[in-house]
Write a protein that binds this ligand. Sequence first.
Ligand code: IVH
Length: 671
Amino acid sequence: MEEKTAIKRIEELQYLINYHNKRYYQSDDPEISDFEYDHLMRELVALENQYAGHIDINASPTQRVGAAPLEKFDSIPHLSPMLSLSNAFSEEEIVSFDKRVKRLLDTQDDVSYVVEPKLDGIGVNLLYEKGILKSGSTRGDGAVGEDITQNLKTIHAIPLRMKSAGTSPIPDLIEIRGEVYIGTDAFKRLNRERIAGGDSPFANPRNAAAGSLRQLDSRITAKRPLDIFCYAMGFADPDISGFPTHWDLLQGLADWGFPVNRHIRRADNIEECIAYYREMIVRRETLPYEIDGTVIKIDSTDIRDRLGAVSRSPRWAIACKFAATQATTIIEDIAIQVGRTGVLTPVALMKPVRIAGVMVSRATLHNQDEIDRKNIHIGDTVIVQRAGDVIPEIVKTVGTSEHEDERSFQIPETCPVCGSAIVRLEGESAHRCINLDCPAQIKENITHFVSRGGMDIDGLGEKLISQMSERGIISDPADLYYLTENDLTGLERMGGLSTRNLLSSLEKSKTPPLEKFIFSLGIRHTGEHISKILACRFATLDNVMSASEETLLSIKEIGPEIASSITTFFREPSNLQTMEKLKKAGIKPVEGHVASGGLLGKTFVLTGTLEKFSRNRAKELIESLGGNVSSSVTKNTDYVVAGTSPGSKLDKARRLEVPVIDEEKFLEIAG
Ligand code: IVH
């Protein structure tokens, strides 16, 4: 075929397939058979391959849907961490943020900000290589996310190729960050369709977006009305701190073809930010998507770099949350939950009430002190509030029941699950069941052990764990590895296939990464972050188990409370017994090498071309030794590693007096 004719046919096929996609995915009303559709698609793929240089991949349906379903999501490390925002819940807290910024900058002058809506969706990271979308991932733990590339490609608002309009050159490698959401109308339509089709409706647009993004079959995602707004960038190479302000970056994003929210605005001082916040409280009602606050960001890139980040949030930005949405209802009863550590939590069981689109019927009452302080009784009429993801909470009672004495509530003296005595330790607000064999604790412990962040064992839901612990088949996590087909048959919903699948998942889980194994043990205060640090610092399970409090305290992120809970855990005979049992069952965490030298907790910035290894390799090396790599230089940077023809980061390092080292020196430090 002549080239001109071929290109024309490509354009025609792109149009046709896009048209049929719409009929199939959006209107559920296909006009042609799957066979005919596949035929068109095959012809297009063949022609596009032949004339690759001539096509607009943004328009091409071959790039968006059609990939085979995945077995599970892979993980993708972010090149620069995805931070979260600290929150302000009132105007006073917004003013304090501005004061803090001025104090840190040692100035009385007004600071210029950019204000944006805080979109209530799912944060994602898009990685572009030479302007082409290479991968897309969820935020995950901020360092590593889930690979949802296929799903993100189905979102038409996400450019597959960045546009080179405007004045900003496209970097070789750049991470773009934004929020995927479903608009309110589209959400209502989706739920109507789900109900009509016999599926349960999503609780709110955010859940619908999250559920749609986490589909293993991208053809399902393609049917969901997902959209995106972009608001930040992560790593970029060459470094484009070339954008002197955040405002310029947002313009750059728009030039590159990313949707940028149109309610963004520049503010010359904090008063203007507050005015915007008040305005958005009203405007929120008429926006076609949900927002849960506004975000204030310092405009100047230089000032941002100077301020850097604390823990996992930048010092240069704050989320101003809207006041929680409230509703009034009645407490019908108070139940007791026994947690993994034996803590008894009173939970109010309420007459179901709708708050911001979600039916709420349970609210935590935290502990007895809280119940007394708020003077809560069964039968009371109460104001309940929901704020974002937070578990619903009772704000106050507005009408007390008539028989106050009869209906007041006291945490019981014996555990509602095992009947053992309940104690309240000095200085603690919590009541605890101290029977380590309490089935409630066993169940919670095992649920935590098998969770995704832990041993990640499929096929072991809470119901099954309850059944097994109630029947005494398992009493600690190690027992799972001694289960036989005999133990499992006879349990509810455990047919031959489920039983074999479960036993095989257990078998497959025997060599977890060390950090996941540590997390799975459920040591108090030892979540995924601390588990990772421990695995990195100590490399082997034996080292972690024998670490002294003093050694633990030498680690930046570990304070006395965490150190003591770790050593206490590994001193407790019943825990040691479980560890021994796990070992005997063949559980062997994959161990690494000890992070040596001073890389643990050290932050590196790489600039220029490195000769000895690629940037990615250097990044891997630093991270494997416990350090982090950041894309911009701040006063928190420990070292800037400069290769040949370094960029503006070098100047910035000099200005901020951050040590600059070459590759040789870097290798020396890395040992
Ligand atoms: S900036 C460090 N801008 O809120 C800067 N985030 O609580 C991080 N979000 O993880 C992102 N709207 O998923 C930024 N206009 C906006 C946002 C926004 C919503 C989300 C985002 C982030 C979370 C932080």
